[in-house]
Structures are given as C-alpha cells and as structure tokens.
Design a binder for this molecule. Structure first.
Ligand code: OGA
Ligand code: MN
Length: 382
C-alpha cells in the first residue's frame, strides 16, 4: 500500500541547481497548496501570497522599496517584516544566512532542510549549536559534499550524545572491527557475504531501533557509494501526521501503547538470534506510547515504528490490526514527506523521535554503501 503511494513520490526541489546563481531564492512549502516554487528574493511576498500564508499588509513589508527616500524610511521595517513573515510562514525557505549564520534551505516538502557551506569535521561549538537547532526545527538535515572517514562520522555524531552500538548485521557479523558504533547499509557482497544490511530491496517505513526500550534519538547516514539511480530515502514528519489525524481518532489512541517489533528489520530480514514469529502479541519488541511527546520540542508525534508485527496493547488482535491500518493510512509520504536522491559525500541526519523513513529498491548490480551511527536516546519514549 505505502509502496504504491510512494511510487509517485518524487524527489524534492532541493538539488540546488535552481537555487544557485546569485539570487536569494525563497521556496514556500505550504503543503496544503502544494506551493513550493523557489523564487527570487523580490518575489517573496508573491510566493507567500500564493501559498496563502500572509495577508496583504504583511506582503507590503516584504516588497522592495519604491525609491531612495522610501528606502531610507522603511529599511528597518523591511528587515523586521521579513523576519516576521518568515516566522509566520513557518515552512517557507530562504537562502539568506539565518540569524545564526548557517545557510539553511528548507526542502519545501514539509520536512527536511539542506545546510550549505559547512564542513562537519571542523564545526566550531557555535556552528554546532546552530546546526543542532536547525535539526530540531527541520527534523532531517542534509549536508552535501562531505569527506568523512569513519572516525570523523563517529566524532561528529558524538557531539550529539553517546552512541548506541550498531545492531547486529544480517550476516551475523556483530561489529565492524574496532568500530562497534558503525552500522553498514549495503548490498555489496564480499566473498558471497554481505558487508552490511538491508540488501537492495525496498526498506519499508520505520523508525530506527524502536524495538528497544530507549531507541536512538537520531541517526546519521553517510554515503560512500551510491547507484546512479534508485535507492532514494524518504522521510516523513510524524508531528504533522499526528496533528492532522481526525480528533475522534486522537481520542481513541490517547494513552494507548503499541508494540514495536524486533523480529524483522525494515528490509524484511529476520534479525539474528530471533525466533521468527508473525504473532505480534508474542514477538520480541518494546511497548511505547502511540503518541510520543518529543522531549525537546514538547510536540506530540505519532509513534508507529513499523507496521509488521505491530500490536496495540490491550486490544483484541483483530481490533489492533484494524486500528493500526487506520493509523497507517495517514502515513502519506506525498503529503508529509520528502524523498532524497543520494550523492556520494551526503550526510543525512534525522530526528528518530518524530520522523520515519523508507528506502526505494535499486539495481542489484549497482553498489550502494552507506555508514550509519545512531545517537542514544535520553530516556524511554513518553
Ligand atoms: C537506515 C536506513 C535506508 C537507506 O540506515 O537506518 O533505513 O537509505 N537506511 O539505505
Ligand atoms: Mn533505518
């Protein structure tokens, strides 16, 4: 079902080509109108108006001054107005350096932003604090053109907190020698044995490692080798999914817990050491609240983990299945998500508490190698 939905889920307008060339593009990502055209700076009011995000008085603040005298008088209001408008147009993007100096460009797809012109190996503390805030605000960050050795990826990830050890690879290999934090996502075989996990098929919507009691707060995935096409990774904003549920459904799930299954990974592979079971009441996993209040933003997110072997605690199996199907029908990547086309050197960092992700299949003959770290959560989801 989600597969069909995702087949039309095209890549974001964030490849950058249209955003470069000296202008100061503005992309409005109003999901309800589907408006996401990057515009030059002078069109920012129009772009916002098209998106229905501001009224006429606020557009005036954003339009260019008409002459030198006016310019002198209104210079300050323009600045103020511009900032205010951008706050009101919460999902509008802008190519100006933000107050904090980072160059953050929203995808315009409801989740995610690219941070340009930074070098993750050498971020100073102030830049790091700004990056962290941009991550909380945008849920998923893309940083392109990085050159990270495994030790660099681990050191960068550690700035967010302690790391979880990687889950066991599908081959049964416990750890990468000397780097137990490193999880390898790859279809490459060496001596007939996969060097990593998830193969080349679709990986279904999921949250990383939510079958443990304290799932990671974040994952950082870095691309070393990518196929020319396919293997895109999509992200969905689970705050938005929750916010837009019908009120009656919110009432029905309030206070309920859901089993996050640990039997199968998102590629459908049985986890090593686990007895296969398709009875969600019996299978290994952890119970978490269906509505997870993000410990840092305070916002509620729908917390589903993954569909297979999920079970809503305390319900008959049939009722649990029906309620889960109803909830999953709101997981609409076209409406709430963004799909990323990888390039070598991309680092993507996601907030694992309020997003889910999935991956498209790709040509089995192509090589795809990504290295991941997972940053420990600070407590049980609540
Ligand atoms: C992951 C994951 C998808 C991908 O690393 O957690 O789900 O793009 N990866 O390979
Ligand atoms: Mn994953």
């Amino acid at each position: 079902m989600t597969r069909t939905m995702m087949s039309t889920f095209k890549a974001a307008d964030m490849t950058g080509d249209r955003l470069e060339g000296g202008g100061k593009p503005v992309a409005c990502g109003n999901k309800s109108t589907g408006c996401n055209d990057p515009r030059s700076d002078q069109f920012c009011a129009m772009s916002a108006r098209e998106c229905g995000l501001i009224d006429r008085s606020k557009q005036m603040l954003c339009e260019p001054p008409q002459g030198p005298v006016v310019m002198l008088i209104v210079l300050q209001p323009i600045q103020v107005g511009r900032e205010r408008m951008m706050m009101e147009c919460g999902n509008m993007s802008d190519h100006l350096p933000s107050r904090d100096g980072l160059d953050v460009i929203k995808t315009g797809k409801g989740v995610g932003a690219e941070v340009r012109e930074i070098e993750l190996r050498t971020l100073d503390d102030e830049q790091f604090a700004d990056l962290r805030q941009a991550w909380l605000d945008n849920l998923v960050l893309l940083v392109r053109d990085q050159s990270l050795a495994d030790a660099d990826l681990i050191a960068f990830s550690r700035r967010f907190g302690d790391l979880d050890l990687a889950p066991i690879q599908e081959s049964g290999r416990r750890f990468v020698e000397g780097l137990p934090e490193l999880y390898i996502v790859s279809n490459v075989l060496e001596g007939g044995v996969p060097i990593g996990s998830l193969g080349n098929g679709e990986a279904v919507w999921h949250t990383d490692m939510s079958y443990v009691e304290v799932p990671p707060q974040a994952s950082a995935l870095y691309a070393l080798e990518v196929p020319p096409t396919g293997g895109n990774t999509s992200f969905i904003d689970m705050y938005d999914v929750y916010d837009t549920l019908p009120d009656a459904l919110k009432v029905r799930i309030a206070g309920r817990r859901v089993k996050h299954d640990g039997t199968y990974n998102s590629g459908g592979f049985l986890r090593q050491g686990v007895t296969p079971s398709d009875d969600p009441r019996e299978s290994p996993g952890s119970l978490h609240p269906l509505v997870y209040t993000h410990p840092e933003t305070g916002r509620p997110a729908l917390y589903l983990g993954r569909r297979r072997n999920a079970y809503i605690d305390g319900l008959d199996l049939a009722d649990s299945e029906a309620l889960l199907d109803e909830l999953w029908s709101h997981v609409d990547g076209d409406r709430f998500g963004w799909s990323h086309e990888w390039r070598k050197g991309d680092l993507v960092l996601w907030d694992n508490r309020c997003t889910m992700h999935r991956r498209d299949a790709f040509d089995p003959a192509a090589r795809r190698v990504l290295h991941r770290t997972q940053i420990k959560g600070t407590g049980r989801p609540a």
